[in-house]
Ligand binder design. Structure first.
Ligand SMILES: CC/C=C\CC/C=C/CC(=O)SCCNC(=O)CCNC(=O)[C@H](O)C(C)(C)COP(=O)(O)OP(=O)(O)OC[C@H]1O[C@@H](n2cnc3c(N)ncnc32)[C@H](O)[C@@H]1OP(=O)(O)O
Length: 238
């Protein structure tokens, strides 16, 4: 599955819906042995959630958006397929979350790329299931530090903390993803054993999590922080 939503593969409601439909189709296809997620765009795997979906939108629309974010995570983290993230560019926040849902992460060894949960930089607290996914990936202490600082890691740092599993030359990300994938034929039952408690936690609190997101994101102070972050993103370009 090659992500293609220019300019930065930000995860809008529409794009998230497309991703969910694609994953669902693959999941039902008996001939499909697994899933490699990568990006069709240069330099960016995914810029994470589309910030414009969280800025100046109605509570109803925010709720619909958040349900789609949850759905994407539930589908990928609970997938019965062998999943590999072929991270061929930067992968902040929701992009990092998407990578962490996979069984294995291969990243392009380019020091200009970065990956991590940077929500704190937007004045946002990462939701509990983002935190849980990271804890399951890199452990409690690293997650605590990482979330408090909104830390982004270059590929070498990401490898060191276990946020990615393998670094490869940029032009060989696809090759190594397929090679690794071919070595695993079916997902082991241990995958669902390891992930079920984390998945059940969100499933049982799904509506409350949506309410929490909507009331948090529509607060004036949070809207102001997001507005300032958007300004910073645009200024950084100039
Ligand atoms: C209770 C819980 C409450 C809340 C939880 C909410 C959780 C949120 C998780 C998230 O995922 S929030 C999104 C966080 N994402 C980011 O901070 C990424 C910001 N973007 C970047 O760092 C860079 O754009 C990049 C490294 C991904 C790519 O850099 P580059 O190739 O240099 O592109 P530009 O920076 O020039 O960006 C091009 C264009 O795209 C716009 N843009 C970038 N990221 C986003 C985004 N996530 N959503 C919407 N739009 C984005 C950027 O502003 C530029 O727009 P122009 O109109 O100026 O062209």
């Amino acid at each position: 599955m090659s992500l293609q939503n220019p300019p930065v593969n930000s995860l809008s409601l529409e794009f998230l819906t497309d991703i969910c439909i694609s994953v669902e189709k693959l999941e039902m296809d008996k001939t499909c042995r697994g899933l490699i997620i990568t990006s069709s765009l240069p330099k960016v795997f995914s810029a994470g959630l589309d910030i414009m979906e969280m800025y100046g939108k109605s509570p109803e629309r925010c709720g619909e958006f958040w349900r789609a974010v949850q759905e994407m995570w539930l589908k990928l983290y609970g997938s019965n397929m062998v999943t590999i993230a072929a991270i061929n560019g930067s992968s902040p926040a929701g992009g990092c979350l998407m990578s962490m849902t996979c069984d294995y992460r291969i990243m392009a060894d380019n020091p200009r790329y970065s990956i991590g949960l940077n929500e704190t930089q937007l004045g946002i607290v990462a939701p509990f299931w983002f935190k849980d996914t990271m804890t399951n990936t890199v452990g409690h202490r690293t997650t605590e530090l990482s979330l408090q600082l909104g830390q982004m890691y270059n590929p070498a740092e990401a490898l060191k903390i276990g946020l990615v599993d393998q670094l490869v030359p940029e032009d060989q990300v696809s090759h190594y993803s397929h090679t690794n994938h071919d070595q695993v034929t079916t997902p082991d039952r241990s995958k669902s054993m390891m992930r079920k408690p984390t998945i059940d936690k969100l499933t049982s609190k799904r509506e409350a999590d949506i309410q929490n997101f909507v009331s948090f994101i529509t607060k004036d102070s949070i809207q102001k922080s997001i507005g300032m972050y958007l300004e910073m993103l645009k200024k950084r370009k100039r």
